[in-house]
Write a protein that binds this ligand. Structure first.
Ligand code: ZN
Length: 380
């Protein structure tokens, strides 16, 4: 028997699974092993993945910054796909748009337009790409158009089109031609009569400088449950069960399972919409084209700071002083920083003072320099 750190329920050992407390979409696969745990039940792993992790990852702001982060490492000599960027739901209504479907527009690496006709899910309407479970099981169609800049690097475009909507049952239709390229070899399907009519519709409606209305939905609280989950996971991995049972640990638990109308949890920190992080702070703790997690001892306890690309920043107290011993605090020392770059399969764990010294050019670190070089940036 074991206890799940998220739902707090006691379950059989076979009900547990490996959890990266820093999720994969942030580069958690490259985090040190101490940030992985088997104290998470299968049901939390799956449900919190859809309702908590995905709420954060598929938020329009986060998803586009993560996309920008990964495309910064594109190497022209070694072409690979880059993720498409979601622009939201369009006001276009293509022929025979199925009932309850929306026409979502995505942009390719050179401004190519892609229209995905997919089912709308009211509950998850603030997720780019809709409900990830539904679109894995229901067949949908997407229409891919080239832009005038595709010719700059058509292979990049085709590779990105090929990998777009990966893992979803999407019939892909190419609305254009490239000399010497068989669309089927990039995952495109021969259009049927309906596709032919829709192709004409999309080509006609994207010609010239037509104005389009786009709708992007953002849930103002998209990050609150996610931050509590991250704080619980990190605190547990660092300090064990005692932090879960502390008064503050219970507030984090309330925050993770928060529902509209519940008592507000007394969680300390800042969310995206509640905070005005100064650019200097973002530059100090963040790293260009990377995700950073900073751990810091504060008078109140150990705080966790999450930063994406020096642009987006969150802070949360993850363990309060009530339970921490001198040894616990010593683990954090003068602060620790974990820097993750998923595109380079890299995770670097450093003492904070050393990291800051590198950022100010006082000392240097080969792996940090490597990240800057690969993203074509010279100095921080
Ligand atoms: Zn659980």
């Amino acid at each position: 028997m074991g206890h799940c750190i998220y739902c707090r329920e006691e379950k059989d050992n076979n009900q547990f699974t490996l959890e990266h407390v820093v999720p994969q979409f942030l580069g958690g696969a490259y985090a040190p092993d101490f940030l992985k745990t088997r104290n998470v039940c299968k049901s939390c792993n799956s449900n919190l993945g859809l309702f908590v992790d995905a709420s954060f990852e598929k938020n329009w702001i986060v998803s586009n910054w993560l996309r920008q982060t990964s495309s910064a490492f594109y190497d022209k000599d070694n072409p690979a796909e880059v993720s498409l960027s979601c622009m939201g739901n369009t006001d276009l209504c293509p022929p025979d748009l199925p009932e309850g479907h929306v026409c979502e527009m995505w942009l390719g690496p050179h401004g190519e337009q892609v229209f995905w006709l997919r089912p709308h899910d009211e509950r998850l309407s603030a997720y780019v790409g809709g409900n990830p479970r539904t679109t894995k099981s229901i067949k949908t169609r997407a229409y891919f158009l080239f832009s005038e800049n595709t010719s700059l690097d058509p292979f990049k475009t085709l590779l990105s089109f090929e990998k777009a909507f990966h893992g979803r049952r999407v019939k892909k239709v190419l609305c254009g031609e490239v000399d010497g390229v068989d669309p089927a070899s990039f995952g495109f399907t021969q259009p049927d009569d309906l596709d032919t009519v829709r192709k004409e519709f999309f080509l006609a409606n994207t010609e010239g400088e037509q104005m389009r209305k786009m709708q992007v939905k953002v849930n103002q609280r998209f990050d609150q449950r996610f931050l509590c989950k991250l704080a619980i996971g990190v605190a547990f991995c660092l300090f064990g069960h005692k932090v879960l049972d502390s008064t503050y640990g219970k507030e984090l638990h309330k925050g993770l399972w928060y529902r509209e109308g519940n008592d507000k949890p007394e969680v300390r920190g800042s969310t995206y919409f509640s905070d005005n992080v100064v650019p200097h702070f973002n530059n100090l703790v963040g790293f260009p084209n990377a995700v950073t997690l900073m751990l810091l001892s504060t008078p109140d306890g150990v705080s966790l700071n999450l930063n994406i690309n020096s642009k987006l920043n969150w802070s949360i107290l993850c363990a309060s002083n009530e339970t921490l011993t001198t040894d616990d605090v010593a683990k954090i020392g003068d602060g620790q920083i974990l820097l993750l770059v998923r595109a380079l399969k890299t995770g670097i764990y450093l003492d904070l003072p050393f990291y800051i010294a590198c950022k100010y050019g006082i000392t240097s670190h080969p792996e940090l320099n490597n990240i800057l070089e690969k993203s074509n940036m010279k100095v921080v």
